[in-house]
Design a protein around this ligand. Structure first.
Ligand code: 7TS
Length: 409
């Protein structure tokens, strides 16, 4: 895999920002899009824009075929056993809310426990807080080890026979750690709980196999995996989805509507109320084709290499504190850091002046910030189009930042 060749597919990368070539190191927030995805959207809107699953006209049939074709691409990409288990949503947030609201409200009551971790994104915290309040269930946090990883021992000590739901992120958007989901799912199942996985940061970067992980639900977003915004996926085991009630009611999702009672379509459509995200799904299908052409194994290996290089180079910057494990094999391409006596927003602002885009803030993980005892951090995140030269530029930018603020104060 040659990132310099791949970059040619991403028009946005070929521009200057503040007079410098753009160095985009914020793919954990959202990834850039290749021409193949942009063209798939363009082709749909120019050539066969039409609603799906309605009427019999030719454009409608083409749109339906493309939309359902994208569902099959997703199924294959994550190795779900059937397209009935693949629900299109607006993103990871909507997917996790759907599980909490639908599965949670039907299966939780007082005395039951939901187990999550201190490293979760707000999207995998707040839906559980809300459903815990409504059902009387309690929310428990598995503690992290000193380097920010989750130990299976801590997991075993936290999950009990009262636990009904375990919901953990596959890859952390802050620490970059890859959690042992398969082993955690085993602990959940041994205790009679289901395993929910926030796959927002893993699906773009490593090969996901939902059957191998043996998770009950798995959520991810298209926009972090070279696809468009506004589309995501909820995978769920059919045995659960079949018993669950939709959370949105209206057009598209019904079978029969009477004056006082209605019935729902079969899976997966009962969870897709209203006109679905047609262009988004088609764009996601094109994104999956693109990623598969590059090869998920190649993307993963490239990111491990970049992470190892970045960890080594960045740790030479005086006064830097890098969060999470030091071993690059334990992490994906996300490096979160702070520089002594410099606010992360200042770090990001100085880097931006040199065309380098990193994120600063709490990264939608305030409980993790509290655990790390910081109010905010800076974060560089890498993807298939990033190069070692860009990491060199980041490191030069960090040295400059440090020097600039040492002179000011
Ligand atoms: N879960 C994780 C682990 C995430 O990183 C994100 C987004 C979400 C859930 C929510 O995804 P959405 O597509 O529904 O918004 N994370 C980030 C981030 O780290 N910076 O900006 C968005």
């Amino acid at each position: 895999m040659n990132p310099n060749e791949l970059r040619k597919h991403f028009p946005i990368l070929h521009q200057e920002v503040n007079g410098q070539p753009l160095v985009y190191l914020d793919s954990a927030a959202t990834s850039q899009k290749p021409v193949e995805v942009i063209e798939a959207l363009d082709k749909y809107y120019r050539g066969y824009n039409s609603n799906v699953h309605r009427g019999v006209h030719t454009l409608g049939t083409r749109a339906t075929d493309a939309y359902e074709g994208a569902r099959e691409k997703v199924r294959k990409f994550i190795n779900a056993s059937s397209t009935e288990e693949v629900i299109f949503t607006r993103g990871t947030t909507t997917a996790l809310n759907t599980v909490a609201r639908s599965y949670g409200s039907a299966n939780l009551s007082e005395g039951d426990e939901i187990v999550i971790s201190h490293m979760e994104h707000h999207s995998n915290i707040i839906p559980w807080q809300q459903i815990a309040k409504e059902t009387g269930a309690s929310l428990k946090y598995v503690d992290l080890q000193e380097d920010g990883t989750i130990s299976l021992e801590a997991m075993r000590n936290t999950v009990t026979p009262n636990t009904k739901i375990v919901s953990i992120m596959h890859v952390s958007n802050v620490l970059g750690v890859i959690n042992p989901i398969k082993e955690i799912a085993k602990i959940a199942h041994e205790n009679g709980a289901i395993m929910v996985v926030d796959g927002a940061q893993s699906t773009p970067h490593l090969k996901v196999d939902v059957q191998d992980l043996d998770c009950d639900f798995f959520a991810f977003s298209g926009h972090k995996m070279v696809g468009p915004t506004g589309i995501g996926v909820l995978y769920g085991k059919k045995e659960h989805l079949e018993k669950m009630e939709p959370i949105e009611f209206g057009g598209e999702m019904i079978d029969f509507v009477g004056l006082y009672e209605s019935t729902w379509k079969e899976l997966p459509w009962k969870f897709e109320g209203g006109t679905p995200i047609i262009a988004g799904a088609i764009g996601l299908g094109a994104a999956i084709d693109f990623l598969e052409n590059v090869g998920m194994e190649n993307i993963e290996a490239h990111e491990h290499k970049l992470a190892a290089y970045a960890l080594e180079r960045m740790s030479t910057v005086e006064g830097i504190r890098i969060f999470g494990p030091k071993n690059a094999n334990q992490r994906a391409g996300v490096i979160t850091f702070n520089i002594d006596d410099v606010h992360p927003h200042d770090v990001a602002t100085v880097l931006d002046a040199d065309g380098i885009a990193v994120r600063a803030g709490h990264h939608c993980a305030q409980p993790l910030m509290k655990w790390l005892n910081v109010s905010a951090t800076a974060r560089a995140s890498f993807y298939l189009y990033n190069t070692e030269e860009e990491i060199d530029k980041l490191v030069a930018g960090l040295v400059k930042t440090k020097e600039y603020f040492s002179n000011v104060f």
